[in-house]
Design a protein around this ligand. Structure first.
Ligand SMILES: [Zn+2]
Length: 157
């Protein structure tokens, strides 16, 4: 998205709504997120003294892979940005700002839902046990018996 300084001097405020192909904004595809459809950007550029204040909102639809259950899921994503630019530049180009705002805001460890139980216990490796698995161990009544034995042992020492 670009704004012209000449136009801003004339109109003081300019608003724009544009849609972009994801590869045009993000460039190389990401490992943990696939953009579905276009990335929408709405922004307002406003002349303040000799600067241009730009604020905007970016929205898109993204397919993630849940880090717990490994299932793919789709989610709407939106983020806001704001930035000052110098009026000395004839063309104010928001490309970098838009790209960085999206990348910073994307979840690094996407989860399909807050209480996702993760993979089923049979598939959980010992290096990466799921929450579901460890909760089962905590509530296993057989551990209570072991605790009693340990207590007795401590007393006799
Ligand atoms: Zn999940």
């Amino acid at each position: 998205m670009k704004f012209s300084s000449t136009e801003l001097k004339q109109f003081k405020i300019i608003e724009k709504d544009e849609e972009y192909n994801p590869e045009k904004i993000i460039g190389d595809s990401l490992d943990h997120a696939v953009f579905l459809g276009k990335i929408k950007v709405s922004a307002q550029a406003k002349l303040i003294d000799n600067n241009v204040f730009v604020k905007g909102e970016i929205s898109s639809r993204i397919k993630f892979r849940c880090v717990r259950c490994l299932n793919e899921f789709e989610k709407g994503h939106s983020t806001k940005f704001q930035q000052f630019y110098s009026l000395e530049e004839e063309i104010i180009d928001l490309s970098n700002e838009i790209r960085e705002s999206i990348l910073i805001d994307l979840p690094l460890h996407p989860v399909c839902q807050i209480n996702c139980k993760g993979v089923v216990p049979e598939l959980a490796s010992q290096n990466n046990p799921s929450t579901f698995y460890s909760e089962e161990l905590k509530s296993d009544p057989r551990w209570d018996q072991l605790k009693k034995i340990n207590l007795k042992g401590n007393k006799s020492n």
